[in-house]
Design a protein around this ligand. Structure first.
Ligand code: SF4
Length: 102
């Protein structure tokens, strides 16, 4: 799982995630599950780098508008059609219509 996807998951799960004094700080820490803690342990450095230098690219598979290889907002995403090839769905890209899955 990419750092951006982990960050999206943590934020969707209700956590505030920031970089502070060279560390990844997640609040409320008391709500972290064992799965969250394992992800943080495995990807702490990647998360820190992402928080310090955010990548503006997103993936369709993390987008609320993505359904079964189709984009539900293709005009706003500046696409010619709604089809999204499976290989492209996981490719980081810039998209003006991306919205996090809720
Ligand atoms: S809005 Fe953008 S990121 Fe979302 S599914 Fe469509 S093309 Fe992908």
């Amino acid at each position: 799982m990419a750092a951006a996807d982990i960050l999206t998951r943590l934020r969707q799960d209700g956590f505030a995630v920031v970089a502070r004094d060279g560390r990844v700080v997640v609040r409320p820490a008391s709500a972290l599950t064992d799965d969250h803690r394992a992800l943080l342990r495995q990807h702490r450095q990647d998360l820190l780098e992402l928080l310090l230098d955010p990548d503006p690219r997103v993936t369709c598979v993390t987008c609320a508008h993505y359904r079964l290889h189709r984009c539900g907002q293709h005009r706003a995403a500046l696409l010619q059609g709604s089809d999204i090839a499976p290989a492209l769905a996981e490719l980081p890209q810039r998209c003006p219509a991306w919205s996090p899955r809720g």
